[in-house]
Design a binder for this molecule. Structure first.
Ligand code: NAP
Length: 265
């Protein structure tokens, strides 16, 4: 039996175990997915221990996504993003990937959204970094807007064909944009939005990385003007799907994994 898992602190709320185990069950894979909660300064030690114990793959969440960078050999995209959320122990050296970027891309593609033209990414933290690189690598021009403007400008200097802004000019940034992704925590368990409704329009596809609640105020506002909306559970699903496929070498069974994830939300 293969053992996969998640390290984070805390990890009690995680939906990854039922999502991945639904995938193993659907494909008849003999595997288990467990959560581990190392002390906050022991992320790298936990990776080494998991390697020695024969764990096949690990997901990594807050607060360890940067701490494990030195404990793995880095995939180029994870190196550019500067954060790891998936480790594959197969083949000697543990390799660190970032599947949040691909998770956002595949979530949008799943909904038939063409990734060309201009994207506005709101937020320049961990999710914002991943999504900005992911959409830029698809060929989109990326406008990054963040409450702390210098962080958006710094990130934009690293991402190809990107620009950095504060939140004040969002209406203008959105006017001719094709895709909007909220990568701030605004809207998480609260009826708030980081994007004034007046800037939204029917030509946008809007992905909210926030998945609790599933229907955020941003997505409600976007639907009201006829925009295409994609909730954060799709991004969560596809970051897991991407990890599943790297680890198992199989195409992930999307529907059972999605059902298991949504059953827990
Ligand atoms: P993070 O690194 O802590 O970044 C937080 C971001 O939110 C920063 O850009 C911060 O701006 C901004 N922010 C926080 N409070 C704000 C406010 N009141 N007004 C405006 N901006 C505010 O967090 P993260 O890891 O990027 O996660 C961000 C969100 O994405 C969380 O809700 C997380 O659950 C979600 N997420 C979802 C997925 C998924 O698969 N669906 C994956 C990853 C993350 P400043 O720089 O100005 O502080």
């Amino acid at each position: 039996m293969d053992v996969y898992g998640l390290i984070g602190n805390p990890v009690g709320h995680s939906l990854s175990p039922p999502m991945h185990e639904a995938g193993y069950e659907a494909l008849g894979i003999d595997a288990k997915y467990v959560t581990f909660e190392p002390a906050a300064d022991e992320g790298a030690v936990a990776v080494e221990a998991a390697d020695r114990l024969g764990v096949a793959g690990l997901n990594v969440t807050i607060p360890f996504k940067q701490d494990v960078l030195d404990a793995v050999s880095l995939d180029p995209l994870a190196e550019r993003i500067g954060a790891v959320n998936t480790i594959d122990f197969d083949g000697g050296t543990p390799t660190g990937y970032n599947t949040d970027a691909v998770g956002a891309v595949r979530a949008l593609e799943h909904h038939g959204i063409e990734l060309s033209g201009t994207a506005v990414v709101v937020g320049a933290g961990g999710a914002g970094r991943a999504v900005a690189f992911g959409l830029a690598d698809e060929g989109m021009t990326v406008r990054i807007a963040n409450r702390t403007e210098w962080k958006a400008r710094d990130l934009a200097a690293e991402v190809p064909d990107a620009s950095g802004h504060g939140l004040d000019g969002l209406d203008e940034l959105l006017a001719d944009a094709d895709v909007l992704v909220n990568c701030t925590s605004v809207g998480m368990d609260e009826d708030e939005t980081p994007v004034p409704a007046g800037g939204l329009h029917g030509g946008l596809a809007v992905l909210d990385a926030v998945y609790s609640p599933l229907e955020t105020r941003l997505l409600r506002d976007a639907a009201a003007v006829g925009a295409t909306t994609v909730d954060g559970a799709w991004m969560l699903l596809y970051q897991g799907v991407e990890a599943f496929e790297r680890w198992t070498g199989e195409n992930a069974p999307i529907d059972p994994m999605n059902d298991a994830l949504r059953a827990g939300l």
